[in-house]
Design a protein. Structure first.
Ligand code: SAH
Length: 395
């Protein structure tokens, strides 16, 4: 029998409903001497096999399951999972107006710790635990064989890797060249994506659908795109007839690329005011100046990674949403988002209601928003749901 991780009595319950994580507190003992990244059997306290997963003794999640039940995992299990993930994105592959989307989303696709984003002819890949790390070359070769792409960049700069004892690195994984940046099309809009140095894998693909919904309300509006990054919401709203743009971000590189993206879409004629600054301060300045907008987009970075940081994050969200509501003209639109795993959709809605009360504005929700369908959420793994948004109209 291969190495096994034995669970404490009662700790088999979450696995029985196919939650893929074994937390360190659930482990009674380890049989054999499994190495970091090995596939191990997971057994209950009576010795019954529950499933198989990647082992990492130093992780707070020492096993991540890749299969359930007794049957051992075939060495090529990941090929089948990749095939499934790729075919479930076929509707995007066939959509001529979009060529950038998430191809593999970790646990949601049965491949814990593997993220693969497609940007046209290139893929950006991340491996976030030692088990996936061991497979990355084989996976890259298979993706090259399976898809009409030219190259794969490994962008392993996520701090999640440090917790798993893995180094931070960005390298080319395949023989083909990978340029520093590439042009993509999303819902018919063009973007120049910085693959090598951009944030995350280069572009926030999870907001694709939400940008389209938000842009439906943009015609004739003066738009404040706060936390604009490379101006994706700006391009969409400008493309749907916004009257003027104000973009705020702390990154000058991102603001400059936003300008390029407006130009790529032939939207340079529009009034565009890029502001390098801290949104928390810029919104206060606008309030003090009495400057108003018809649409405010708030898409901040993660303010709470864990439940422990929730209170501080809640104060941050309330602060910016309160300020944004005050800046809106009557009838104005607020598109507000949170990508913090520690803040669920109900909590986010409650935070907005506190902000509305203090701002003395009547707010109607027009759309409850979520991450796009290329970032699916397994019912048995709700942790994968991190992005939530509310598109609201202010009286
Ligand atoms: N809306 C963007 C994604 C935003 S990501 C899109 O659709 O592509 C969050 C952005 O907020 C990053 O570009 C980051 O540089 C910026 N940022 C982080 N903290 C900030 C702050 N306090 N003030 C302004 N920008 C900030």
């Amino acid at each position: 029998m291969k190495a096994a991780v034995i669970l404490k009595e009662g700790k088999e319950k979450s696995l029985a409903i196919r939650h893929p994580w074994v937390l360190s507190g659930a482990v009674k003992g380890v049989k054999g001497q499994p190495g970091k990244g090995d596939l191990v059997r997971v057994v209950d306290h009576k010795g019954n096999t529950l499933g198989w997963g990647f082992y990492n003794p130093i992780s707070p999640i020492p096993v991540r399951l890749v299969s359930w039940g007794n049957a051992s995992v075939s060495p090529d299990f990941w090929k089948e999972a990749i095939d499934k993930a790729v075919s479930s994105r076929e509707f995007l592959e066939k959509d001529p107006s979009t060529n950038a989307y998430r191809l593999v989303y970790s646990e949601s696709d049965g491949l814990p710790g593997l993220i693969v984003d497609r940007f046209g002819d290139f893929l950006v890949l991340q491996t976030l635990n030692p088990g996936m790390e061991c497979l990355k070359r084989q996976i890259a070769d298979y993706l090259m064989e399976r898809l009409p792409i030219k190259g794969i960049l490994e962008k392993n700069d996520s701090d999640v890797r440090q917790r798993e004892g893995l180094p931070i690195q960005t390298t080319r994984l395949t023989n083909g060249p990978v340029p520093d940046s590439t042009e993509i099309v999303e819902n018919g809009f063009l973007f120049d994506v910085d693959l090598a140095k951009g944030q995350k894998t280069g572009f926030y693909l999870d907001q694709r659908e939400n940008r389209a919904v938000t842009a439906r309300y943009a015609e004739g509006k003066v738009v404040l795109d706060a936390f604009s990054y490379t101006g994706a919401f700006s391009v969409y709203t400008a493309g749907r007839g916004a009257a003027a743009l104000v973009r705020v971000d702390t990154s000058q590189d991102a603001l400059d690329r936003g300008r390029q993206n407006l130009a790529l879409n032939k939207l340079s004629h529009l009034s565009d005011e890029p502001i390098r600054g801290n949104v928390f301060q810029v919104l206060r300045k606008f309030r003090d100046m009495g400057r108003n907008f018809d649409m405010v987009i708030l898409d901040p970075p993660k303010l709470a990674a864990t439940k422990a940081q929730r209170d501080k994050a809640a104060r941050g969200y309330k602060d910016i949403n309160l300020l944004a509501l005050k800046l809106l003209n009557p009838g104005g639109i607020l598109a507000t988002f949170s990508c913090s795993g520690g803040i669920d959709a109900a909590t986010f809605e409650r935070i907005l209601s506190w902000a509305a009360k203090d701002a003395r504005r009547e707010v109607r929700i027009l759309h409850r928003l979520f991450q796009g369908p290329d970032h699916p959420v397994l019912l048995s793994f709700p942790e994968a749901a991190y992005l939530k948004g509310l598109l609201c109209q202010v009286a």
